[in-house]
Design a protein around this ligand. Structure first.
Ligand code: BGC
Length: 795
C-alpha cells in the first residue's frame, strides 16, 4: 500500500521531458532508469518473452542461436520493435516522457524489413549507390541531395537515426566493407561524410558516422588491435571524422569494434572525450557498434554513452558499479544527458506522423543520376564510347550483366523494391540484346544459383560468385558477326564480416574472365567492332594485366537499384561520365603499402584480456601494425615512385578540358590563400570536370608526402567552349602536419607549391607561395599513444 502510494506520487511529480528541462529530468531519474537508458533494448533473436520494463526486444543472452558457424549467420542488427528490421532502439521511460528512438542501418539507404507480419503493405527503401561510388562523383551537392532523400525516407518510416555514413579509410583494397566507405584520402572522406550528414540531418533526423576509428579490416574485427602512430592516426584516420564533426555535427558517432594501441575504441576516454569532444567540439552521443567492446563501466567512463544493441547484463553491471562506488553517478548523468539531448530532436519525440509512404519515384531519379556521376571511365580508345547512334545490336557477356550487383552485403544492404540489370537498362535505352546469349546466360546463372547453400562462414549471407560461362572462339565470332558491339561485365561483391582475397576470383580476375575478355575482344576486333568492359564492383580489382584488350573500360561500381539505367545513360552518351577515382588502382596487390601486414597477424595467446573465447563474434586475438604510417594510397604511390594502373583522381570524359590562368591571391601566406583557375570545355559535348588541388609542403623536421589533396571542386555542366572559374581556399590547417613531439599541427616555413590537376599525376597548373615563419596551427590533446616503437616506412 505504502509502496504503491510512493510510486504514484513519483509519477505525479515526475517532470516530463522537454528540450529545456533535461537536467531536471535527470535528477528525477532513478539509478535503474539511468542504467536502462544507456543500454539499448536488445535484438530480436526469437528469445523468450521479456519479463519486465520497457525492454520488449530484449537479448537475454549474449550469444544468438547458431553463433558464427551457422550458414548464413546471425542476422545483422535487427529488431521488431517500432520499425521492423531496424537495427535497434533506445530505451523509453514513459514516466518521464522519454520516448524511444529507432536506429537503423545503413550507408547506402535505409535498411528495414520490406514486409511485416499480418500486414499487406510494403516498406521498401531506395538502394542508393555505395559510398565508394558517391565519393567518385566528387560532387558534394549531389551527395547532400542523396542524404536528403535518405532523410525523407527515415522521416516517412519513423526512423530517428541512420547508422551511416560509413567513413573508414580504404587503407587496403581487400577490406570487405570498402564499398561502404568513401576513399583512401581523409579530405575526400571528410567532405563526403559532411555533405551526407548535412543532407540527412536537414530533414530533422540524425546520422551516425562510423566506425570510429581505424576499423579498416573485417578479419577478427572484434578483437583486432590496431597499432598505429599518433601522426598516422591524426593525419589519416581521424582527419575525415574531424571534418565531418566540425562541418556537420552528426547527431551520433558509432565507435568501432577494434582496439587502438591496446584498448577498445569504445573504452578510450582519450578518443571519445579528449579528441572527439574537447578537440573537435562534438555535441551528440556515442554508441557502440553492435556488441562492441567488453567493459560497460569503462565504456561509460570513456564517453561511449550508449551500448548497442543492449543486453540486460550491461545494465546490471552499470548499476552494480555505481552501488559499489566504482562508477561515479555523475559520469552516468553525463551519458544520459547526451542521449536525451538528441532524443528531444528526433521525430518520435516530436510526434511526427509517419506516412509510411516515401517518394520512392523521386528518389529513384536521384539514385539514377548520382550513380551516373560516380561511374568512372577508365579507358576509351578511339572514342569507343559513347556507342554511335547506329550501333543498336549488342552482344552482352558476363553473369552480372544479367544479375547485376547493386550494393554490398551485410548491414549496408538495402531492401529495395526492384533493381535494374544492365540488360534491362540497355533495353530501356532502346538497344536490342542478343537473345540467344541472353537465354544462355539467364539459364546458366539460374542453374548455378538454384538450391546452392549460402557461402559458409560468410557471416552475413552473401553468395559466392557464379563462375563465368565459357565462351569459345566460335561463339564469340558468331556474336561478332551479328552484333554491333560487345559488352562484358565483370562482377565482384563483398561485405561485412569478411575481407576479400588477393587471389583469382576476387582482387584478380579468374583465368576464365580474362579468357572471356580476350576471346570476345579478338573476335569483335577482327570484324572492326568494339568491346567494352564494365566493372560492377564494390572495390578495387587488378586491371593492369588485361586492360589492353578491350577498347573501353567503365568502372560502374555498385550503383544502387537503378544501376542498369545509369550505365546505359553513359553507354548511349545521354550522360557524359564525370566520375574520378577516390582510390588508387595499383598494378598488383603487392604494391599496396599495407599488403605486408593486412589484415593483421593472429596472436597465439588466449587470455580473457585479448578477447578470445568471449562468444558472439569474437575472432582470434590479432594485431595489425600500421607500418605504412601516413603513406596510404596516393601518398605512398606518388612519394615512393610506384606506378599505379590507374591513379587517384583519374577519370576520363567524352569531352576535353583546358586548365588556365592559375592565380594565387598572394606570394606569401598569411591567414588564407585564395586560388583561382579557369576550366574550359574544349571538346564537342557538354561535360563536368573534377578539378583537384594538391599541395606540396616543405619537409623539415617531419617527412612529408610529395603532395596531398587539399581541395577539389566540380564544374557545372559546361557546354562546348564554355569556361568556369573555380575558386579554392587554403587555410593554415591545409599547410600543417601533425607533430607528435609537441601534439600540434605545425606548418613549416618555406616554399609551398600548389598543383592543380585532372588527377594526382596529371598536373595542369602549378604555382608557389612562401610561408615566412613556422606556424603552430592547433594544439591537440596528447592521445592514443602507442606502447611500442612502430617501424614506419619513410621516403
Ligand atoms: C555493423 C554496423 C551496423 C550494426 C547494426 C554491425 O555489425 O558493424 O555497421 O550499423 O551492425 O546493424
Amino acid at each position: 500500500m505504502a509502496l504503491s502510494l510512493t510510486i504514484s506520487l513519483m509519477a505525479q511529480n515526475a517532470p516530463q521531458l522537454t528540450k529545456s528541462n533535461i537536467k531536471q529530468v535527470i535528477s528525477a531519474m532513478t539509478l535503474e532508469e539511468k542504467a536502462n537508458l544507456v543500454v539499448g533494448t536488445g535484438m530480436n533473436f526469437q528469445m523468450p518473452a521479456p519479463t519486465s520494463g520497457d525492454r520488449p526486444d530484449s537479448t537475454r543472452r549474449q550469444n544468438p542461436p547458431g553463433g558464427q558457424d551457422r550458414p548464413g549467420g546471425p542476422v545483422v542488427g535487427s529488431t521488431e520493435v517500432l520499425v521492423n528490421g531496424a537495427a535497434g532502439t533506445t530505451f523509453g521511460i514513459p514516466r518521464l516522457g522519454i520516448t524511444r528512438a529507432v536506429l537503423s542501418d545503413g550507408p547506402a539507404g535505409l535498411r528495414i524489413s520490406p514486409t511485416r507480419p499480418d500486414d499487406d503493405n510494403t516498406y521498401y527503401c531506395t538502394a542508393f549507390p555505395v559510398g565508394t561510388l558517391l565519393a567518385s562523383t566528387w560532387n558534394t551537392e549531389l551527395v547532400n541531395q542523396v542524404g536528403q532523400s535518405m532523410g525523407s525516407e527515415m522521416l516517412a518510416y519513423g526512423v530517428d537515426v541512420i547508422l551511416g555514413p560509413g567513413m573508414n579509410i580504404q587503407r587496403n583494397p581487400l577490406c570487405g566493407r570498402n564499398f561502404e566507405y568513401y576513399s583512401e584520402d581523409p579530405y575526400v572522406s571528410g567532405k563526403m561524410a559532411a555533405a551526407m550528414v548535412n543532407g540527412v540531418q536537414s530533414k530533422g533526423v540524425g546520422t551516425s558516422i562510423k566506425h570510429f576509428v581505424a576499423n579498416n579490416a573485417e578479419t577478427n574485427r572484434n578483437s583486432l588491435n590496431v597499432i598505429a602512430s599518433e601522426r598516422a592516426l591524426r593525419e589519416i584516420y581521424l582527419e575525415g571524422p574531424r571534418i565531418a564533426v566540425e562541418e556537420a555535427q552528426p547527431w551520433t558517432v558509432m565507435s568501432s569494434y577494434n582496439k587502438i594501441n591496446g584498448t577498445y575504441t569504445s573504452e578510450r576516454h582519450d578518443l571519445l572525450t579528449s579528441i572527439l569532444r574537447d578537440d573537435w567540439g562534438f555535441k551528440g552521443y556515442v554508441m557502440t557498434d553492435w556488441f562492441g567492446g567488453s567493459d560497460p563501466v569503462a565504456q561509460m567512463e570513456a564517453g561511449n554513452d550508449i551500448l548497442m544493441p543492449g543486453n540486460p547484463s550491461q545494465t546490471e553491471a552499470i548499476i552494480n558499479a555505481v552501488k559499489a562506488g566504482e562508477l561515479d553517478e555523475k559520469v552516468l548523468d553525463q551519458n544520459v544527458g547526451r542521449i536525451l539531448n538528441i532524443i528531444v530532436k528526433g521525430p518520435r519525440f516530436n510526434n511526427v506522423q509517419f506516412t509510411n509512404n516515401p517518394d520512392l519515384k523521386a528518389h529513384a531519379l536521384v539514385t539514377r543520376q548520382s550513380a551516373t556521376e560516380g561511374m568512372v571511365l577508365l579507358k576509351n580508345d578511339s572514342t569507343a564510347l559513347p556507342l554511335p547512334a547506329e550501333a543498336k545490336k549488342l552482344a552482352v557477356f558476363g553473369n552480372t550483366s544479367y544479375d547485376i550487383i547493386v550494393g554490398g552485403t551485410g548491414s549496408g544492404d538495402v531492401n529495395e523494391a526492384y533493381s535494374v540489370s544492365l540488360v534491362e537498362g540497355l533495353q530501356n535505352a532502346g538497344y536490342s540484346i542478343n537473345e540467344n546469349l541472353q537465354t544462355a546466360y539467364d539459364a546458366y546463372v539460374a542453374a548455378v544459383k538454384e538450391g546452392r547453400p549460402r557461402r559458409r562462414g560468410f557471416m552475413f549471407g552473401g553468395e559466392a560468385p557464379v563462375p563465368e560461362l565459357f565462351v569459345n572462339e566460335s561463339l564469340a565470332s558468331s556474336m561478332a558477326e551479328v552484333s554491333d558491339a560487345a559488352l562484358i561485365t565483370i562482377g565482384r561483391n563483398s561485405g561485412e564480416g569478411r575481407d576479400r582475397s588477393s587471389g583469382e576470383g576476387d582482387f584478380q580476375l579468374t583465368a576464365s574472365e580474362k579468357e572471356l575478355i580476350n576471346s570476345v575482344s579478338a573476335a569483335f576486333h577482327a570484324k572492326g567492332k568494339r568491346t567494352i568492359v564494365i566493372l560492377n564492383v564494390g572495390g578495387v580489382v587488378e586491371t593492369a594485366s588485361w586492360k589492353s584488350m578491350p577498347d573501353a573500360i567503365l568502372l560502374a561500381w555498385q550503383g544502387g537499384q537503378e544501376t542498369g539505367n545509369s550505365i546505359a545513360d553513359i553507354i548511349s552518351g545521354k550522360a557524359n561520365p564525370s566520375g574520378k577515382l577516390a582510390v588508387t588502382f595499383p598494378q598488383k596487390y603487392a604494391d599496396v603499402p599495407s599488403s605486408a601486414t593486412f589484415p593483421g597477424e593472429e596472436l597465439p595467446s588466449e587470455t580473457p584480456e585479448n578477447g578470445r573465447g568471449r562468444g558472439f563474434m569474437r575472432g582470434a586475438p590479432a594485431e595489425d601494425v600500421y607500418t605504412d604510417g601516413i603513406y596510404v594510397g596516393y601518398r605512398y604511390y606518388e612519394t615512393f615512385g610506384v606506378k599505379p594502373s590507374y591513379e587517384f583522381g583519374y577519370g576520363l570524359s567524352y569531352t576535353t578540358f583546358e586548365y588556365s590562368n592559375l592565380e594565387l591571391s598572394a606570394t606569401r601566406f598569411r591567414n588564407i590563400m585564395t586560388v583561382n583557375v579557369d576550366i574550359k570545355n574544349t571538346g564537342n559535348v557538354a561535360g563536368k570536370e573534377v578539378v583537384e588541388l594538391y599541395l606540396s609542403a616543405p619537409a623539415k623536421k617531419l617527412d612529408k608526402p610529395s603532395e596531398e589533396l587539399k581541395g577539389f571542386a566540380k564544374t557545372r555542366l559546361l557546354q562546348p567552349g564554355e569556361t568556369q572559374t573555380l575558386t579554392f581556399e587554403l587555410d593554415k590547417r591545409s599547410l600543417a602536419s601533425f607533430d607528435p613531439s609537441v601534439s600540434a599541427w605545425i606548418a613549416d616555413a618555406g616554399s609551398y607549391s600548389v598543383k592543380i590537376g585532372a588527377s594526382s599525376k596529371d598536373i595542369r597548373q602549378t604555382g608557389n607561395f612562401e610561408l615566412a615563419r613556422d606556424l603552430t596551427v592547433k594544439k591537440e590533446s596528447r592521445s592514443l599513444i602507442p606502447d611500442r616503437t612502430i617501424n614506419e616506412i619513410k621516403p
